[in-house]
Design a protein. Structure first.
Length: 344
């Protein structure tokens, strides 16, 4: 009896310690599901202004069709396969913890989003909760879109509703254990209004555009756990491997290892043509999306980039990939970077 009593105490202590450990580390969301606000019956009014603004954001800024449409990656401008805009795809990015298949977001009622409510779409876009209540894998950039104003969100939903319905079954996303549970802790409900951004100066406008456009998602490298290395903000080195080849994102800070030689005209031409002088950008760099942005928005992004602290980080896809001591990745020019704390 004494043994059973001690055993019971031991089990109780272990359970308490486990509960404390979970509370102060990963939290309980992986076990009980993501935070999600209740859905509402709101419906966004369709107006010409919203249709036009939504088209602009979806097709040229936010990159919705980058992932939700199959593309021909053998072409420089990675065109969408004919008749398949918004029909869903397989991202094809190597190194993901599973298979990510962005769904069909056209209004097709059987295979797409035709039966989803406006608020189901809105919640998925800005809060990372799918129409069925599950947490979306964070490659869906809802953490960026959380900064999208209410009016821009309404415009995006209105435009997505206007897409031609495409009957196309896309396989479900399959994320491996334990990531499929851990990612439940990421979504955060948005219950307060998100006002229009302050775009009173080019830099402020650029800060909004660069967030919605997701520039940091690729141009800031990630560690082995998929977390952005913030000390290398926009300094490149994130390796993107897929049907477009194996490339590392460029350093776009003003350090000599980045793009200090760019002028406004050169930045515009690069995003309009996909070429830096005579050098062709890799197809995964979505210049083919960003080229549709207005001159004002493109130049505001450049104005913002010029305010980012310069970071010395050499990334050169023309060189053989070598280990980089700064970001822990293997990319061209990696060995030419100094170890953290070492003199340059």
């Amino acid at each position: 009896m004494r043994f059973l009593k001690y055993l019971g105490y031991t089990i109780l202590v272990l359970l308490v310690m486990a509960a404390i450990g979970i509370t102060f580390t990963i939290g309980w969301r992986p076990f009980i599901g993501p935070k999600a606000r209740p859905l509402t019956d709101r419906k966004f009014d369709v107006t010409p202004a919203r249709l036009e603004r939504g088209r602009y954001i979806v097709e040229n800024v936010a990159g919705c069709m980058d992932c939700h449409s199959p593309r021909d990656w053998t072409q420089h401008d990675a065109p969408i396969l004919p008749g398949m805009e918004g029909a869903g795809s397989n991202i094809g990015l190597a190194g993901l913890p599973g298979i990510v298949n962005p769904p069909n977001i056209t209004p097709d009622p059987e295979t797409g989003a035709g039966t989803w409510t406006d608020d189901q779409l809105a919640r998925a876009i800005r809060e990372g909760i799918g129409h069925d209540g599950r947490a979306l894998f964070p490659i869906m950039p809802y953490q960026n879109f959380a900064h999208m104003s209410d009016e821009d969100l309404a415009s995006v939903v209105v435009y997505l509703r206007s897409l031609p319905p495409v009957h196309h079954v896309n396989p479900p996303t399959q994320i491996i254990f334990p990531v499929k549970y851990l990612m439940r802790a990421v979504p955060q409900p948005i219950t307060a209004p998100v006002p229009e951004p302050d775009v009173s100066t080019p830099v402020k406008r650029g800060a909004y555009m660069i967030t919605i456009a997701g520039c940091r998602d690729c141009h800031t490298p990630q560690d082995a756990h998929g977390n952005a290395i913030t000390k290398l903000d926009l300094a490149g080195g994130f390796v993107l491997a897929g049907p477009w080849g194996n490339v590392a994102s460029a350093n776009i800070t003003q350090d000599p290892s980045g793009i200090p030689y760019y002028s406004d005209v050169m930045f515009l031409n690069t995003l309009r043509t996909g070429y830096v002088g005579s050098r062709k950008l890799a197809a995964i760099m979505p210049w083919w999306r960003l080229r549709g942005m207005t001159d004002q928005d493109i130049l505001s992004i450049f104005a913002y980039l010029k305010t980012v602290p310069p970071i010395h980080h050499r990334v050169d896809n023309s060189l053989p990939p070598t280990p980089c001591p700064l970001d822990g990745n293997v990319h061209g020019g990696g060995e030419g970077n100094a170890k953290p704390g070492a003199s340059q």
